[in-house]
Design a protein around this ligand. Structure first.
Ligand SMILES: [Zn+2]
Ligand SMILES: [Zn+2]
Length: 133
């Protein structure tokens, strides 16, 4: 029986998952699994699920808006930021529109104070290409 090797393997997976998320920017557990299985063919969905939950609870990664099918998605960028999500391909882009948008919203909606992250949706550059004149 070797307890240490199991822990070491978990730590290795945790690091790889974190690195893969940094590479992808935003990803669901399924996307992380698909990516990591190229390196670790016997990596299970449960391991990825547990590792991302643990990384998120430690504040190493953040929770991003869900993808177009409603799957939970993680964010490598742990600083508060806004998102643009493409409704066509589902890609998520980091953006910082809060400083520009909030004063407009607050002056329009009388007396309100807006906080939290903004999520703007539409079609990304790639997806609008060809549809525009
Ligand atoms: Zn798109
Ligand atoms: Zn993000």
């Amino acid at each position: 029986m070797n307890v240490t090797s199991t822990t070491e393997r978990q730590t290795k997976y945790c690091q790889s998952i974190e690195e893969t998320l940094h590479f992808l920017g935003h990803a669901t557990n399924a996307e992380l699994l698909n990516n990591l299985q190229l390196t670790y063919p016997d990596l299970s969905a449960t391991t990825v699920h547990r590792a991302t939950a643990r990384l998120a609870s430690r504040g190493k990664i953040a929770i991003a808006p869900t993808d177009n099918s409603g799957s939970m998605r993680y964010d490598a960028n742990i600083k508060p930021h806004d998102h643009f999500q493409c409704s066509v391909c589902g890609r998520l882009h980091d953006t910082d529109i809060k400083d520009k948008i909030i004063p407009i919203l607050e002056s329009t909606i009388d007396g309100c104070s807006i906080s939290g992250q903004l999520l703007v949706t539409g079609a990304c550059k790639k997806c609008t290409k060809g549809y525009k004149k």
